[in-house]
Design a protein around this ligand. Structure first.
Ligand SMILES: Cc1cc2nc3c(=O)[nH]c(=O)nc-3n(C[C@H](O)[C@H](O)[C@H](O)COP(=O)(O)OP(=O)(O)OC[C@H]3O[C@@H](n4cnc5c(N)ncnc54)[C@H](O)[C@@H]3O)c2cc1C
Length: 473
């Protein structure tokens, strides 16, 4: 008989959270800490969502989305998680760009970027200062009709080299393009520029293990291998429960950390919303997906200091469309030294590229396997420019594609960063349609990535806390 992963659950909870991405985990933890009964349901066998890892024979551990996040994670983790988690966040100082336009190594903060843009690209200090101040001053209430392209045109007209240095890493970080609203760029870029790029020492497995322990201390009922099939809505439009692994569990409020469109159009069902709201939800564009190649060196084999993050491109200039192409010309290499997991003697490399779901979705199985093998091969060829004897040192290599991300996280089209900007409004308006129904998770570009997801989890947990304490049901 198959195991009952819901054994011992209560009939009803104050809050049910669907999904254990960083937003879902953070909401669950805050609400349990505030004294509410919380059930967290995750379909996968592991918590974390995109913040995940996998192990391979020989003791190799690969991180999927631990490439870098802004300093704000320290404060958010200290306040909403634990000091131990916050204290494990450390800076990555070696960020590199290698492309036909320039070769640069930077600490990826305002001072160093200012120095490079002034000395290498010859831009006046005053222009750079005004650009940084403008980007940092951006907020949600700004004019959203200005695009990132227009922002760059205003400050650096005709300077594709400067635009590339300012934009390429952010396109990797949240899938944004020059045609997205400038605030989606300004907010995320300024978050990074305040102090640089940070990572979690000990790897994603350690982070999620610490988060799990903290949630257990706070009384969250955690269930893995639990797929929510339906959100139950009462005739007077309140979220009243879920159907999970065929079982009904009641709730007073519900946070979905599943993809925004899935939440509205599949789990809750369009019949429960105003027609205009459904149309708005249908019109929300998903963000792009990703491919990755995971490369582990034999135990004891290493590479010299190559930096931590390397934005490699063979493309003549910055081009967000080209960055999505299966004819890969741009890659981000994350170099993991033994210090990533103190005590280990392993060196690993993860190469990430943005990708279009459709390029991978409809292939035959044979073509799919051949394309994955090609991706591994072309990545190693590229890597040989930086580590000439890398082939001899490799013990394990494999690739993931948009199909992989879709499979493990159930994000439509394997969307790596949720939705485009318009998703934020739909996500925020969900509780106005259905009382007690909330969404938290990568959405609207700004609320993406580790920091965006955690912070959105906080915002939504506060909304739910208010709802639970005032609704009196
Ligand atoms: C390749 C790649 C690299 C990245 N690199 C970085 C990086 O370096 N830095 C950074 O800050 N960000 C990075 N990101 C983005 C970052 O990982 C995500 O934005 C963030 O982790 C998303 O968190 P989330 O809360 O939105 O939920 P997700 O991680 O999307 O999790 C949603 C969860 O809901 C679960 N779920 C969905 N439907 C159901 C259901 N019906 N029932 C039960 N469970 C369900 C899923 O299984 C999943 O666990 C990267 C993403 C990718 C794909």
């Amino acid at each position: 008989m198959s195991k009952d992963f819901l054994k011992g659950t209560r009939d009803s909870y104050d809050v049910v959270v669907i999904g254990s991405g960083l937003a879902g985990l953070t909401s669950a933890n805050i609400l349990a800490r505030a004294g509410h009964s919380v059930l967290l349901l995750e379909h996968h066998y592991q918590l974390g969502g995109m913040a995940t890892w996998f192990k391979r024979a020989g003791g190799h551990i690969f991180d999927i989305s631990l490439h870098g996040f802004p300093v704000g994670m320290i404060k958010s983790c200290r306040k909403y998680w634990t000091k131990e988690i916050a204290d494990s966040i450390v800076q990555l100082k070696g960020i590199r760009f290698e492309n036909p336009q320039f070769s640069v190594r930077t600490t990826f903060d305002r001072d160093d970027f200012t120095r490079i843009i002034k000395e290498k690209f010859g831009i006046a200090q005053e222009t750079i200062d005004r650009f940084f101040d403008t980007a940092r001053g951006m907020n949600f209430f700004d004019d959203q009709s200005k695009t990132t392209r227009e922002l760059f045109e205003e400050f650096f007209p005709g300077r594709s080299d400067v635009v590339r240095m300012l934009m390429e890493p952010i396109t990797y970080a949240n899938g944004s393009t020059l045609d997205d609203p400038a605030i989606t760029y300004g907010i995320v870029f300024s978050n990074f520029m305040s102090k640089g790029v940070f990572t979690f020492e000990g790897g994603t497995d350690r982070l999620v293990t610490l988060m799990k322990a903290e949630m257990e201390r706070n009384g969250v009922d955690l269930r893995i291998r639990s797929l929510v099939e339906k959100i139950e809505i009462s005739p007077d439009r309140r979220a009243t429960g879920v159907v999970v692994n065929g079982k009904r569990i009641g709730c007073r409020s519900l946070i979905s950390n599943a993809n925004l469109k899935t939440t509205i159009l599949n789990l809750a069902g369009p019949e429960n919303f105003d027609k205009a709201f459904v149309e708005e939800a249908e019109a929300v564009r998903l963000n792009n997906s990703s491919c990755q190649v995971y490369i582990a060196l034999k135990p004891g084999e290493h590479f010299d200091d190559l930096g931590d993050l390397l934005f490699h491109s063979e493309h003549s200039g910055f081009d967000a469309q080209a960055m999505l192409s299966r004819q890969v010309s741009s890659r981000t290499f994350s170099f993991y030294y033994p210090r990533t997991r103190p005590g280990s003697n392993r060196s690993l490399i993860v190469s990430s590229t943005n990708a279009n779901y459709r390029d991978w979705a409809d292939m035959s199985e044979a073509d799919y396997l051949a394309s994955k093998a090609d991706l591994c091969e072309s990545t190693i060829n590229c890597l040989e420019k930086y580590i000439p004897d890398v082939r001899r040192k490799i013990e394990h290599v494999e690739a993931s594609t948009p199909r992989t991300f879709e499979h493990y996280t159930r994000h439509l089209q394997g969307a790596s960063f949720g939705t485009k900007f318009e998703g934020l409004k739909v996500s925020r308006e969900l509780p106005q349609q259905i009382a007690g129904l909330y969404h938290a998770g990568s959405v609207g570009i700004i609320m993406s990535g580790w920091l965006g997801a955690v912070n959105y989890g906080v915002i939504v947990a506060n909304d739910v806390d208010k709802y639970l304490t005032t609704s009196g049901q």
